[in-house]
Design a protein around this ligand. Structure first.
Ligand code: ACM
Length: 539
C-alpha cells in the first residue's frame, strides 16, 4: 500500500513536471487605477512578460502566435489623408527597425487590410479616452492590429510590438533561423504621466549630433517622450545664436578638461528636433541662468560689470558665475536669445535654469527669474526652472518647477506643476555603487533598484506632477560608452515609473523583465552596466 502510494505520487509529480515544462511560464498582473480600484487581472506569457518595459496597463494572453515573414505588409489608415500620411512615417520607422535582423523589406500600404498575415496601424476606431499616447495592440495568428486615438499612440504601440518579438530583432545584421513571432495577446495601454524625460548635459562635455540622436532613439523604445538638452553652462555654450556668434565661437570652444568642445548650428539643432519628432520625442532646450553662465560671460564683455570678457572655464566648480540682474543689457541679450531659439524650437517649453546661482544676491535672483520667465512667455513658451526658482515671489503657477532637491513647499503652495528629478533617485550621473568607474556620489549611490523603487508622488502631490525626468550631468562623463553605462539600465526603470501606475509596479517582477532587456541592449550596441543582481556574476 505504502509502496504503490509512493509510485502514484511519483507518476503524478512527473506528469506535473511535464505539464509545467510544456506550459509557458505565466505571471499574473493585477492592474489598479490610481484610485486603487482593480480594473484588470491579466496573464502574461513568458516572452512578453519578460520583455515589455514599461509594463503595459493590461495584457491578456490569447491563443497561438503571429509569425512575421517576408510577405508581411504594414497597412496604415488614418481618419483623414493627413493622419494617414503621418502613419506612413510611423510604419516606415517600424519597417526600418525590423529590416536589419530579418532582411525583410516590408511593404507599407495605405488603406484597408484585406488579407491575413499583416500588421495594421490605424487611428480609425481609436477612442478619445486612449489619450494622445494610449493604444491597443491585438495579436492573433492572422495578424497584429494597433489602434490608437492619435498617431503618437500608434508609435508607442510600435515600441511594444518591437519588444514582443525575439531579442534578435535588435541585431544590426541578418539573423537566420529565428522564428519572428509575437505571442497572441490583447494589450490595452496608456501612460500614467505625460512627461517622461531624459536630460543630457551637452555643456560640460559636448556630444555630437549623432551621439544625441542615438540616445534619443534608444530612449524612445522605452516610450520616453522628452529629451531636455542642457545647452549652456560655465564650461560651454552649445547652440548657435546668429545675433551673438561668439557665444559658440568662443563660448563653445572648450569643455571640462580643456577638450575642443563644440556646438550645434541652428540647422543641426533643427535636425535633432526633427529626428526626435519622428519618434514623438520633444526636445526641450535649456539655457541655464543667472548662474552657470561663465561661457556667455567669456564670449561677450558687455555681459560683465567691468565690460571685460571672463576667461573660459574648464573645471568642475559650480556657483561662481552670474549674469548682472540689474542691467538692461542682460535682459536685451536674453530676449534676443530666447527669440531666436523660440523660432527653431517647436516645444512649448523652454528651460531657463535657475539652479545654484550662489553668486547672485537673492533679491536680484528673485527679480531675474521672474523677468526671464516673462520673456519666455512673451515668445509663447512655458518656462521650466530648477529649484529654487519657486522661491521667487515673481514666479507664479504658470512656471513649471523641475525639482532636483527635496524641498518644494513654495511650488506646492503656488500650485506650480512639478517635474520630479530628485537627485537621490533620478540623477543618472550618480554612481551605482562605490566601484562604478565614472560619475559622482554627492546625492548618494543609485543602484538600479533604488532608481526603480520610487514614485513622483513621494515628492509632490499627484495633481501637480507632470511626470519625471532623469538628468545625465556630464562633468565626469566624457564619451558615448560612459554615457551608455550611466543611462542603462536605469532609464528603462525611470520610463516605467512614468508610464506604469505605482500600484502595478514591483521590483522583483520588474527585475525579470529588465533581465530580458539585456540581450536587446547588447544587440543595440549599448554599453550598459551589467548589474550582477540582475544578470548574475559574469565570472
Ligand atoms: C542641478 O543639479 N544643479 C540642477
Amino acid at each position: 500500500m505504502k509502496k504503490s502510494g509512493e509510485s502514484t505520487w511519483k507518476v503524478m509529480a512527473l506528469m506535473l513536471m511535464m505539464v509545467l515544462a510544456l506550459t509557458p511560464m505565466i505571471a499574473v498582473i493585477t492592474v489598479m487605477t490610481s484610485e486603487g480600484g482593480i480594473v484588470q487581472t491579466a496573464f502574461m506569457s513568458d516572452r512578453t512578460a519578460n520583455n515589455i518595459i514599461p509594463k503595459p496597463l493590461s495584457y491578456e494572453a490569447g491563443k497561438g502566435k503571429f509569425i512575421l515573414n517576408k510577405n508581411t505588409s504594414i497597412y496604415v489608415k488614418g481618419n483623414n489623408e493627413e493622419e494617414t500620411e503621418e502613419l506612413v512615417k510611423v510604419a516606415e520607422f517600424l519597417r526600418e527597425k525590423l529590416s536589419p535582423a530579418t532582411g525583410y523589406e516590408l511593404k507599407v500600404i495605405k488603406g484597408e487590410n484585406t488579407a491575413k498575415g499583416n500588421i495594421i496601424l490605424t487611428t480609425v476606431g481609436g477612442e478619445e479616452n486612449q489619450g494622445t499616447e494610449g493604444y491597443k495592440m491585438v495579436t492573433d495568428p492572422s495578424g497584429v492590429t494597433i489602434t490608437a486615438f492619435k498617431p503618437e499612440g500608434i508609435f508607442r504601440g510600435v515600441q511594444t510590438l518591437r519588444q514582443s518579438l525575439p531579442a534578435d530583432i535588435d541585431k544590426s545584421t541578418i539573423v537566420k533561423g529565428v522564428e519572428w513571432s509575437i505571442p497572441a495577446a490583447t494589450i490595452v495601454d496608456k501612460p500614467e504621466y505625460s512627461y517622461r524625460g531624459l536630460m543630457i548635459d551637452v555643456a560640460r562635455h559636448f556630444f555630437t549630433v549623432d551621439e544625441v540622436k542615438r540616445q534619443i532613439d534608444l530612449a524612445a523604445q522605452y516610450k520616453i517622450n522628452k529629451v531636455h538638452l542642457h545647452l549652456s553652462d560655465d564650461q560651454g555654450w552649445r547652440l548657435e545664436i546668429k545675433k551673438y556668434p561668439d557665444l559658440t565661437l568662443i563660448g563653445g570652444s572648450t569643455e571640462v578638461g580643456g577638450g575642443p568642445g563644440g556646438y550645434y548650428t541652428q540647422e543641426q539643432f533643427k535636425d535633432i528636433v526633427d529626428y526626435a519628432a519622428k519618434r514623438y520625442v520633444e526636445i526641450i532646450p535649456e539655457f541655464d541662468m543667472p548662474g552657470h553662465t561663465n561661457a556667455a560671460l567669456a564670449s561677450y564683455g558687455f555681459l560683465n560689470p567691468d565690460g571685460q570678457k571672463k576667461p573660459l572655464y574648464t573645471g568642475t566648480k559650480v556657483g561662481f558665475s552670474t549674469f548682472m540682474t540689474d542691467s538692461e543689457k542682460t535682459y536685451n541679450f536674453i530676449d534676443d536669445v530666447i527669440k531666436e531659439v523660440s523660432e527653431i524650437s517647436p516645444s512649448k517649453y523652454i528651460h531657463i535654469g535657475g539652479d545654484e546661482a550662489d553668486s547672485t544676491p537673492k533679491e536680484g535672483y528673485d527679480y531675474f527669474v521672474g523677468r526671464v520667465a516673462k520673456i519666455a512667455q512673451k515668445y509663447g513658451k512655458e518656462p521650466i526652472g530648477w529649484d529654487p526658482i519657486e522661491t521667487s515671489p515673481e514666479i507664479t503657477s504658470d512656471v513649471i518647477l523641475q525639482n532636483w532637491r527635496d524641498s518644494n513647499s513654495a511650488a506646492v503652495e503656488k500650485k506650480m506643476k512639478i517635474i520630479t528629478s530628485n537627485a537621490s533617485k533620478a540623477y543618472l550621473d550618480m554612481k551605482y555603487n562605490k566601484d562604478t568607474p565614472y560619475g559622482l556620489d554627492w546625492a548618494g549611490l543609485i543602484p538600479v533598484e533604488t532608481a526603480y523603487n520610487w514614485d513622483p508622488t513621494d515628492f509632490a502631490p499627484k495633481e501637480l506632477v507632470l511626470g519625471l525626468e532623469a538628468p545625465l550631468w556630464t562633468e565626469f562623463i566624457e564619451d558615448q560608452d560612459q554615457m551608455d553605462y550611466m543611462i542603462y539600465p536605469r532609464l528603462p526603470g525611470y520610463a516605467e515609473i512614468g508610464w506604469t501606475p505605482k500600484a502595478s509596479r514591483d521590483w522583483e517582477e520588474y527585475k525579470v523583465r529588465l533581465k530580458g532587456q539585456g540581450s536587446r541592449l547588447e544587440n543595440e550596441g549599448v554599453n550598459y552596466y551589467k548589474d550582477p543582481e540582475i544578470w548574475g556574476s559574469t565570472n
